[in-house]
Design a protein around this ligand. Sequence first.
Ligand code: HEM
Length: 466
Amino acid sequence: MSHIISKSSSSSSGTSSGSSPVVHLERYIKYGHTYVAKHMHYHTVHTIEPANIQAILATSFADFQLSTFRVDAMKHLFGNGIFTANGEKWQHARALIRPCFTKHHIDHHIQTLEVYVQNFLTCLPADGSTVDLQQLFFRFTMDTATEFLFGYSVGCLQSGSFKTALISGISDSQFVDAYTNSCIAAAANIRLSILQYLKFDPRAYMSRKIALKYIEQYVDEAVELRDSRKLGKPDGVKYDDGRTYIFLRELAKYTGDREVLRDQILNVLQAGRDTTASLLSNLFWELARHPKVYKKLRQEAKVLKGIPPIKQELLKMKYLRQCIDETLRLHPSVPVNTREAVRDTVLPVRGGADGSKPILVKRGIQVYYCVYALHRQTKYFGADPHQFQPERWENIRPGWEFLPFNTGPRICLGQNFSLIEASYLALRLIQNFECIEARDDRPWTEFYTLVVCSKYGTLVLLTSAT
Ligand code: HEM
């Protein structure tokens, strides 16, 4: 199986404005917290002013949509799903997907995780040699996401056990590779912005075809169950064939449209899988360099006496949550985001000579907001904002200044789901390993697929607790 992340697609310029978040931060220092720039032939507005971000994402939500470049970059690979939809289409997609993320469904998901944790543990070297946790986190989230979405896990953590030919004729490993290639191609297109229209990528086209064919077998199954009225009641936990919660089947209760089901599933897989893996990999990258923090986490976990946690116990792990928030602050999965004005509108502040007046944003203008730079403002996060200091969360309660999951009507639908999943695996590793040491001196360097993670992986040495 090929790697989930391909180093060949590495680039220092990972955002749709063609610059890394570090460059964005430097520009905010040089030009102020809101400025206008020219990107190739079109004008752009850049902001990290919370009041302006609030307008873009919430109070003037109807004046903005997903950037056309982003939609076009993703659409021919991910179809018409929630991640490529604007306006009414997006409202329908959100209304369809939202009911599938209830507390009840998350409670069910947590019960499925231990099997994958055990698979994860068996992938760790027994001889104390260096391991790249990042690769394993990407495999873990692929396994759990496919279990959650299709009711069948692709088994990335058990590389020997891939099925070679399913009903679709596409093996699990072919699907994983095709999906990965699609993500890399979409990320490359986003970086190219307007130049993407000059590119034809036959490999990406083939990858999409393979990924779709694979997913369609599960869609067909769900639609057949729907047609024969075997999906149970909308709020039920068990289907008539005795299986428990499966996201695709839940969606099929609301629509039998195969194309809608296929594209939404692909979009949710894309939304959820890479982001959770990147959070875990960045968290352990930091923990490997902060032994005192790790020790404190071990201390907090002691109350469980090595036993897998239930949800209520996980939620009580305050310090773990602080470490996760600190990781999301320093390494947001989507460090630079964009929206496009659909009509002439204004951003409320930083216009006029003294910055107190609104700024005119004309229809079609691309507006960039940089969460990476926002999360590094001393004004909101205290001293040393470039340092990993989970304790800072004892004294701060940021609002619009902390946006790892976005906010407003398009806020991440999987926030609780991913926090539970990431906390669960993190805690289980903390329980199982006495200490964790970094095996790489290079500074954290960004690497892009559709989210940002560590370019050199998370190379560590783990010392077993037993
Ligand atoms: C650490 C983990 C995660 C982070 C940091 C994260 C972050 C985000 C962000 C920033 C957005 C907004 C994108 C935009 O509008 O430009 C988003 C949207 C979304 N996320 Fe997440 N996400 C995470 C995990 C997940 C998971 C696990 C799922 C599903 C299983 C998920 C499902 C979604 C969906 C469906 C949307 C689209 C919402 C909409 O457009 O209405 N996310 N997420």
